[in-house]
Each structure stands twice: as C-alpha cells, then as structure tokens.
Design a protein around this ligand. Structure first.
Ligand SMILES: [Zn+2]
Length: 474
C-alpha cells in the first residue's frame, strides 16, 4: 500500500504530508515533566499521546530517536521544595521516580534519552553566549540574561502572538532591569538558598525555556523532525524555544509541532496550581493502566478530553472484549488479515486518528466473534487485532475486575457516611481516607476501622505512613 502519513502541525496550522528531514530517520523531542509534584491524569495523556506517535512511526518503518527531558531546576520546584522541606534535588529525584512509575503503569516506552536539565548547564551557557554574540540577548547589571524579543523578527509565529499586543498585556515593574517588558529570562542571577551554577554573569540558574532548546540540540542536532508537548506549552514555552534555537543557530528548529489536548475534570483543566486533578498513580491503581491508556486513545490526541468514570468503564468493557476474542482462538502461527491492517493504517496515517483506528479494532473483534460463533476460522482476524493493539501499546492482561463493582461498593459506604457525593471514585476514596484520619484523631476507632474493613472488602488496601494514609488497589 502506498499510503502517506499526514500530521497536523501547530506551526503551519495545517495537516501536511509527513516527510522526515533526513531519509528514514525520525528525531522527536517531547517536553517532559517539571518534577515538582506527582503526575496527574493530564501528564499521563501527554505521555501516552507521544508514545503512540513514536510506536506508530516505528511500526511504519521509521528509525525513531525519542528524547523526553526532565526539568529538575525551575521556579516551581524551588517553591515546592521549600514547602516539603526537601532540597530541590531530593524533591526532584523523588518526583521523577513517581513519573517514571506512572509511565510504566501506562505501558509508555522509555525514551532513548532522558536528559536532566541540571546535567546540561554547560550546553545552556554556550547557547546563551551565542545569543548574546548575535545581538539577540543581553545581560543586566545584577547578573540576569534576557532574550530580546523584538530583535527576532519571526517571534510569535507558532502561537500567533503579536509582540505589541503582548506588551499591552504586561505590567511595568518598578526597578525592572529588562529593556522591554516582553523579554524573557535565559539566565537568572542566584538568590540566597537557591540552587546555582557559575556563569560568565555570576552565580545563577537557567530559565525553563533555554533548558529544552539546549537539550534538544545536544541529542537531536540543530534541526529535527517532531517537537511535542501539551497545548498549554505553545505559549510562551515553545514559542521561546523556537526563538532561542533559531536565533542561536539561524536554522529551522523543529519541522513539525504536535500538541496534545488537555484533560478536563468537570469542564475545567486539571492542574497542579488549582489542585483540581486526579493523581495518575491513583487512577492506575483503581482502574488499571490499560483502561486509562485506552480512555486516552479513544479521543483524538489533539482534542480536549473530559474525564468521566463512565468512559473509563467503557474502556474496561472494551478491553474485556478484546481479551475475550484473543483467548478464543490460537492465532500465534497466523499472519494478520491484510485488509484489516490496511484499514487501520489508513486511519492512523490520518494524523494518528486513534478513535477511528480503534473503530477498526472493535469491528474486527465483532467479525472474529461472528466467525467463531459460526464455526468458521478467525485466526487472521484475531492476529490482526493483536497486531493493532500492540501498535497502540494496549496490554489486555490488565483488564480483569469491573470498576463498576468497586464504584458501587464505594458509593454504598458514601451513602452511609454522607461524604463525597457526586465525586469520582478516586476523589471519594481520598475523602474516605480523610474521614478515617479525622475519626482516628477523635479516637472514634470504630468508624476508622469500618472504613478500612469495607474498603478492604472492595480490594482497596490502606497504608498508613509518616505523610498520612494512602490507598492502593490490590
Ligand atoms: Zn520544553
């Protein structure tokens, strides 16, 4: 078949033919987490979206190099560490581990390279010096370095920002050393108690944007194929990455810019800053990683996605249907039905249209079942199902136990204790733990033990630790 992969790039605002910069090689950079707090469902979606893109491009024969960084020095990490009483290093190592565990739970493949910002300060300093030499950046007397936005004519191309309009939206800060309010920091002079490195401008630390520009160039070169991240990173982060990299090198940075949509809860974006979120490890514990992954992939990666337990429930049912048909027939020595695979490829080639590709998967599951019910062979159909879900990274062994039983069991306790009505099961479980600690603090051990026992009967274990209690699904 002579199908062509087409991708929608935020940069061109169009769906275009995917043609790698160099032959069969595809180089991808995806902005990884700022490791300040545990991942929530939104982080999982970004990881799964680009894992899916990576797996599909490999399946289509490309030689993919996948880089996803860890931002382990940034304002938010410094603030979060001040709250937990850890050093920024302790906190970022602990959180990076939490991200890595959650990614494993979602069957996200490890990146080829996972660079840490703190291990690439030299590359960042070299890039900042290049920008100063080219007249695109300047140091201030206190040891900050800023990118001079107006010096780069193409600034704003990705996000469609107009510099004059941006300026109207900024405030003049008295004593600000920036030449223009729209300029952004490449290097920040050290403040007492913050992590700092030596630089030509004195002790300091990098700005967030320069981290990605420097790490992408270190591992993928000046120009590479795909840059990915969430839509919330388009401005200012990705706009500034382009300004820095193209400003420093005078070459194109990334050819295609792919952005995944946000995950909403009750119509509002999940975010750490508002605390409006479901933690990823909790969702994986409760629903199983494969169901969460399938929940993500049933929406197009660019669309916003509303979390609901009904959708997770549907994903679990769908997983059981897949594992059902695969256990009905031994297809191990058979090739996949070519027509089915052609149709799957056609959907995936169309900007990674996973909802339609999953439509092909489920139509094939139905057809295989019909064949088997009629006593006809279905090995090539089952082999096609196995091949397609493998490309999508969906592992069906994980599909045991109905979430509905658990959700119903939890709502029974809720009705009795009168907490958490109208919340998701995850929120309710958190609420029940809170209720239990209050009961224990009030020496009402009967209620505390009842919550523990009833959750235990539903397969939820409570672990009491120095930082409070946590629940896990057995
Ligand atoms: Zn980035």
């Amino acid at each position: 078949m002579s199908s062509q992969i087409r991708v929608t790039s935020t940069l061109s605002r169009q769906t275009e033919d995917f043609v790698p910069v160099s032959g069969n090689e595809v180089k991808m950079y995806v902005c990884g987490p700022t490791v300040q707090s545990p991942p929530h469902l939104g982080h999982g979606r970004a990881a799964v979206a680009f894992d899916m893109v990576r797996r599909y491009l490999s399946y289509r024969g490309y030689d993919v190099t996948f880089v996803r960084n860890i931002t382990d020095v940034e304002d938010k990490i410094i603030a979060a560490a001040a709250e937990t009483g850890e050093t920024t290093e302790e906190l970022s190592i602990r959180m990076a581990k939490a991200f890595s565990q959650a990614y494993d739970g979602l069957a996200v493949l490890d990146p080829d390279v996972e660079p840490k910002a703190t291990e690439h300060i030299g590359e960042m300093l070299a890039m900042i010096e290049r920008l100063i030499d080219r007249g695109l950046a300047y140091a201030t007397d206190n040891g900050d370095v800023y990118f001079s936005v107006r010096s780069l004519e193409s600034y704003g191309r990705l996000s469609g920002q107009d510099v004059d309009e941006m300026r109207a939206g900024t405030r003049e800060i008295v004593g600000d050393l920036k030449h223009d309010a729209v300029d952004f920091a490449l290097w920040k002079a050290a403040k007492p108690g913050e992590p700092a490195w030596d630089s030509p401008w004195g002790q300091g630390r990098p700005g967030w944007h320069i981290e990605c520009s420097a790490m992408a160039e270190r591992y993928l070169g000046e120009t590479f194929d795909i840059h990915g991240g969430g839509t919330d990173l388009i401005f200012p982060h990705h706009e500034n990455e382009i300004a820095q990299s193209e400003g420093a090198n005078g070459t194109t940075f990334a050819k295609y810019w792919l952005h995944n949509g946000m995950v909403n809860l009750g119509g509002e974006k999940m975010s750490k800053s508002t605390g409006h979120l479901i933690e990823l490890s909790e969702a994986i514990d409760l629903y199983g990683g494969a169901a969460v992954r399938l929940f993500y992939l049933r929406a197009h990666y660019r669309s916003p996605l509303e979390f609901s337990e009904a959708l997770i429930d549907e994903a679990r049912t769908a997983l059981r249907r897949i594992s059902g048909v695969l256990s009905r027939v031994d297809f191990s020595d058979h090739d996949a039905e070519p027509e089915v695979i052609d149709s799957f490829i056609e959907k995936m080639d169309d900007d990674f249209n996973t909802p339609d590709a999953l439509g092909v998967v489920f139509e094939t599951v139905r057809e295989a079942n019909r064949h088997l019910d009629a006593g006809e062979p279905a090995e090539p159909l089952a082999a096609a199902v196995a091949e397609m879900i493998d490309v999508l990274g969906i592992e069906v062994e994980d599909a045991e136990d109905g979430v509905s039983d658990l959700a119903q069991g939890v709502s029974a306790i809720v009705a009795e204790l009168g907490v958490g009505e109208g919340e998701t099961t995850v929120e309710t479980l958190d609420r029940l733990l809170e209720r239990r600690s209050v009961a224990r603090a009030e020496r009402d051990f009967a209620t505390g033990d009842r919550i523990r026992d009833e959750l235990g009967a539903l397969g939820i274990t409570i672990e009491d630790g120095p930082d409070g209690s946590q629940w896990h699904r057995r």
